[in-house]
Design a protein around this ligand. Structure first.
Ligand code: ADP
Length: 255
């Protein structure tokens, strides 16, 4: 495996099913992380899912932002408990690191967070990062941690960001709307049009969260880092990419 330190970001579409945590997919993700770490590599996980976990305990209306904050506050410890139980099967520890994007505007706070994360990894402990949803609602409202994971990758000196999405690759146009859309294997530049696409009926780029992923990729490309986007529903593409250095499915963004 080429990469020494990898950030893996998993979105809520992958981690939840019918409003609850998708336990089997979480189990598969934990297994992947364990396999990567067994190769002597370091993994930082950026995980959504706190709101869904909270909802399984208290069914508040999730359309309201304050309710989402409340559900995240209830769900975050449950989410971590579920991860802890799954990592325990591999005799591994995981840990909770709550950050807000603003924290990384401060060199001092970034340095403090980095030394804690470096130490956790030195002890073989998986840092599980999420936005601190009670005070930072960006993730709840917009990007589902895509931007946070890009900043985490850059600031904590990872070689690669892996985004596990509900789609298997980045396409030349929205594959859910265009049957002839083609999956792109490698992307080295992202156009202004793709980056600033606004959701309109005939804008093929602006559906779903693809724009926030492209922004994350663009930021990393500008800093000479790489991003790999693949499906989080079936981990075989990301497994062969990370563990065997074989690029089957998924899109690699690199300069
Ligand atoms: P996640 O929940 O995994 O973070 P999102 O659902 O927010 O992901 O974003 C991925 C979605 O973006 C895809 O399922 C697809 O519907 C949509 N999409 C729009 N344009 C594209 C494109 N060019 N390539 C891939 N997906 C696209």
């Amino acid at each position: 495996m080429k990469y020494n330190r990898v950030v893996i970001k998993v979105g809520s579409h992958v981690l939840t099913q019918d409003g609850e945590i998708a336990r089997e997919r979480m189990q598969n993700l934990v297994e992947l992380i364990a396999l990567v770490m067994q190769k002597g590599k370091e993994v930082i996980l950026v995980s959504s899912g706190a709101v869904a976990a909270g909802f399984s305990l208290l069914a508040l209306n999730r359309k309201n932002v304050t309710n989402k904050q409340v559900l995240a506050a209830i769900g975050q410890p449950l989410l971590l408990k579920m991860y802890q139980e799954k990592f325990a099967k591999y005799e591994m520890l995981c840990s909770q690191v709550l950050l807000s994007a603003d924290d990384m505007d401060s060199k001092k706070r970034t340095a403090l967070a980095k030394s804690a994360i470096d130490k956790l990894l030195e002890h073989g402990v998986v840092p599980i990062i999420n936005e601190n949803d009670v005070i930072a609602i960006e993730e709840l409202v917009f990007g589902d941690n895509d931007q946070l994971s890009a900043s985490v990758s850059y600031n904590f000196k990872a070689d690669l960001l892996v985004i596990l999405s509900d789609i298997d690759a980045y396409y030349d146009k929205d594959p859910r709307k265009f049957e002839d859309a083609k999956a792109l294997k490698e992307v080295s530049t992202i156009s202004q049009k793709e980056l600033h696409a606004k959701p309109t009926a005939n804008n093929e780029f602006a559906t779903g969260g693809i724009v926030t992923k492209l922004k994350a990729a663009n930021f990393l490309l500008e800093h000479d880092k790489k991003m790999f986007m693949a499906t989080g529903f079936d981990l075989s593409d990301v497994k062969s990419f990370l563990l065997d250095d074989i690029h089957k499915g998924g899109t690699l963004f690199k300069r």
